[in-house]
Design a protein around this ligand. Structure first.
Ligand SMILES: [Zn+2]
Length: 78
């Protein structure tokens, strides 16, 4: 168990960038460490991953608004 796990808010906020590979190795490691033990965020990561694979055939590189608002709502509930 890591001594410096990032909070759920921080992990969820960076999920999309994480999947885009748009974050540093250090941040990536922190998120992976977090979702590895946090079932709540792990479920959210699966949701974003599924959504992203659906969007892979499309040209947009930004997260769709529904996803962003869902993630923001999730963060508000933490
Ligand atoms: Zn969490």
């Amino acid at each position: 168990m890591s001594d410096h796990l990032i909070p759920c808010r921080e992990a969820v906020r960076q999920l999309w960038d994480y999947l885009e590979g748009a974050i540093s190795d250090a941040s990536r490691a922190q998120i992976e460490a977090h979702v590895a033990f946090c079932r709540r965020c792990c479920g959210e990561l699966e949701f974003v991953e599924r959504l992203r694979s659906l969007l892979e055939s499309q040209t947009t590189s930004d997260g769709p608004p529904e996803t962003m608002s869902r993630l923001e709502h999730f963060i508000d509930e933490l």
